[in-house]
Design a binder for this molecule. Structure first.
Ligand code: 5GP
Ligand code: MG
Length: 445
């Protein structure tokens, strides 16, 4: 199934394949289940991919002097990842790699994944004699959902497309004379390059030998995934002009302003909630303590297939500094609660370490609905907040108090109105004719 986070990275220019490989490593937080790179050699498209982290999937890299390449890292939650689902997906004419989910692909025929749909759809149009830009425009007109898409042609051009709602980020840059396109800007800067700008929602940017041009194919109301700011992107990234770190700090500031609490220390759940905790601590004048230690042995609890396994992983994920916690009233800060496993575990850890009170403050609203646009939240029955009030949730988690942001507070903190908030509100910014029941069945949520 196609529940996935992902990262994409493309380069046109010298040492392209090496840079794609390095870029994927720097996007590893966006996907850890498989990695792959497509490039062109002797006029032919080649694709190399494997399972696991970039270094596991692709070894120390690919020896190729191709001057163009696109790559992908994938993050699925099914517990079982197959090489067939790994990207890029290619045939003799095109290779495609994308971040997101096409929510209506099943209306176009019997495809095993939405990626297969994209490849076959584009290929068919090309066979019918359209140009690739026309083809992509046709795709943008009919496809619904989220996609930051890279298409590589066998003649060595990269077409980079961001869906009209701009659900997922996509950024253009330069490294030396090479042109780069990446899910986030931070890897481009880290590789010594310069960020040019975000690809605009609804835009295709064509990267050819010695030439870059773009066309806006469709206009729409933008709704960028709020979770890119809250949790998913790297804190040193900037999405559509807004620093992820700064957004998280403000989430923490607003969280204190609207949900203040009398307490002795503020403790973040490492790593993603650190900037939120910094904002909360600073605004509240409550000292920040790094009393939870994330062990290196930790695997990714979120993606384990059963709840029993997820809890086993959580056991080895965090250590606690008892000397800091003992006798204290603690504010525990996390970016989000999904199933509630992390919070249940941490609250009992803190109480066992002698915490007098444990107050939860969460840098996002309650997640009550599944996501069909590329974030891998589970079916609603598994979401701890589904159908519950905040009081119910606090009781279930055994917290002394619980404060979430409202959607309005979150929007104020991030500083952007054009956000997708479907997982909080159940209002999906999709084109509309897809009944939610159909999506639930198709995506088994
Ligand atoms: P829970 O334990 O409640 O199921 O999940 C909440 C934790 O998972 C939080 O610490 C949050 O940082 C993290 N989280 C939130 N969304 C995602 C996601 O999409 N993938 C992964 N791996 N972790 C997530
Ligand atoms: Mg976390």
């Amino acid at each position: 199934m196609i529940k996935e986070h992902c990262g994409v990275f493309g380069v046109k220019g010298e040492n392209a394949v090496r840079y794609v490989y390095e870029g994927l490593k720097l996007l590893q937080h966006r996907g850890q289940e498989s990695a792959g790179i497509s490039f062109v050699e002797n006029g032919r498209l080649k694709t190399v991919k494997g399972l696991g982290l970039v270094e596991e999937a692709l070894g120390e890299g690919i020896d190729s002097n191709s001057n163009v390449g696109i790559g992908h890292v994938r993050y699925s939650t099914t517990g079982k990842t197959t090489l067939e689902e790994a990207q890029p997906l290619s045939n003799e004419v095109l290779a495609v790699a994308f971040n997101g989910t096409i929510t209506n692909y099943f209306e176009f025929g019997n495809f095993s994944t939405d990626t297969e749909f994209i490849l076959k759809f584009l290929n068919k149009d090309l066979e019918d004699g359209k140009s690739l830009v026309q083809t992509i425009k046709h795709f943008v007109d009919v496809a619904d959902g989220a996609y930051s898409l890279l298409v590589l042609t066998r003649s060595g051009e990269i077409y980079s497309v961001r869906d009209p709602k701009g659900f997922r980020p996509l950024v253009l840059g330069r490294i030396g004379k090479s042109v780069v396109v990446s899910s986030e800007d931070s890897p481009i800067r880290q590789l010594g390059g310069k960020v040019i700008r975000d690809v605009y929602p609804g835009e295709v940017v064509v990267i050819k030998e010695g030439e870059v041009y773009s066309e806006v194919l469709a206009r729409s109301e933008v709704s960028t995934c709020a979770f890119e700011y809250i949790y998913f992107s790297r804190a040193d990234s900037v999405i559509d002009g807004i620093s992820v770190y700064k957004a998280r700090e403000r989430l923490g500031e607003v969280l204190f302003e609207r949900h203040p609490v009398d307490a002795d220390i503020v403790v973040p759940v490492p790593d993603s909630s650190r900037p939120i905790a910094i904002g909360f601590s600073r605004r509240g004048g409550i000292p920040l303590e790094e009393a939870l230690v994330r062990t290196l042995a930790s695997k990714r609890s979120f993606i384990m297939p059963t709840n029993e396994k997820r809890n086993e992983v959580l056991e080895e994920k965090f250590g606690v500094v008892e000397e800091v916690i003992n006798g204290k009233r603690v504010v525990l800060i996390d970016d989000s609660i999904v199933r509630g496993n992390t919070m249940k575990r941490l609250i009992s850890l803190l109480r066992n370490a002698g915490a007098k009170e444990v107050h939860l403050r969460i840098g996002s609203p309650p997640i009550r609905y599944p996501c069909y646009m590329g974030i891998d939240f589970p079916r609603r029955s598994e979401l701890v907040a589904y159908g519950k009030t905040e009081e119910d949730i606090a009781r279930e988690l055994e917290a002394d108090s619980l404060g979430y942001l409202t959607v309005e507070e979150m929007i104020e903190a991030i500083g952007k109105n054009a956000l997708c908030t479907a997982c909080f509100t159940g209002k999906y910014p999709l084109k509309g004719k897809y009944q939610m029941e159909r999506l639930e069945i198709a995506f088994r949520r």
